[in-house]
Write a protein that binds this ligand. Structure first.
Ligand SMILES: NC(=O)c1ccc[n+]([C@@H]2O[C@H](COP(=O)([O-])OP(=O)(O)OC[C@H]3O[C@@H](n4cnc5c(N)ncnc54)[C@H](OP(=O)(O)O)[C@@H]3O)[C@@H](O)[C@H]2O)c1
Length: 183
């Protein structure tokens, strides 16, 4: 799929990879870029429309859907990542990670699915390598992201993972997704 003349929604668009994706979409001739952000944010390019969207906030997601008439590409980029130092015995921290990294893209995708089906569009999930192979760096890396199954175009399915196998020497814990999701 080419970007030229397409309408694109990027979550977590105000900084980091999301911000770069906004710039790249504009550079490649996107017709319109919807930038989902939690905080007020502006962009000098008239093709960018900011949408107030915390991906854990169902009401904001619904409001955002109401502002978008047409959508070719949804990029689920917003995410939270904690490395060392986070206490995952704190249940509320774990819940925040799951809400942002799992249910966030799930809910946003479900909400925009009718528009994407209408346009025969595409969903792009910005993932970590850790979603393909669990790394023992942080418990957050073991949280799966939802992905769309090609066999279930109207619903979402999680990466189908094999049971985790720890390589005792490296501590590497691979879990393998269904390869069909990569095509
Ligand atoms: N950078 C890496 O090396 C790396 C590696 C693997 C995967 N990733 C993935 O790539 C994506 C972008 O990473 P990044 O490095 O650009 O991260 P980042 O610089 O920390 O930016 C994260 C973005 O997500 C937004 N965000 C966080 N929680 C949100 C929520 N509940 N609702 C809406 N927006 C939310 C942030 O908004 P605020 O400004 O409001 O906080 C920010 O715009 C993430 O999904 C991350 O897991 C990154």
């Amino acid at each position: 799929m080419t970007i030229t003349n397409k309408t694109i929604l990027i979550t977590g668009a105000n900084r980091g990879i999301g911000r770069s994706l906004v710039e790249e979409a504009l550079k490649r001739g996107a017709k319109q870029v919807y930038a989902g952000t939690r905080q007020p944010w502006t962009h000098p390019d008239g093709r960018v429309t900011r949408l107030a969207m915390d991906v854990t906030n169902g009401m904001q997601i619904r409001d955002a859907v109401g502002q978008v008439e047409f959508l070719d590409i949804l990029i689920n980029n917003a995410g939270a990542y904690s490395l060392h130092g986070d206490d995952f015995s704190d249940r509320s921290l774990l819940e925040r990670h799951i809400a942002t990294n799992l249910f966030g893209p799930y809910d946003v995708t479900q909400a925009f699915l009718p528009l994407l089906i209408r346009s025969r569009g595409a969903i792009v999930n910005v993932l970590s390598l850790a979603s393909l192979a669990g790394l023992p760096l942080t418990p957050a890396c073991r949280l799966p992201r939802p992905t769309r199954s090609r066999k279930q175009p109207r619903s979402l399915s999680r990466n189908r993972s094999a049971p985790s196998l720890r390589d005792e020497e490296s501590g590497f814990m691979p879990s393998f997704p269904d390869p069909s999701i990569l095509t």
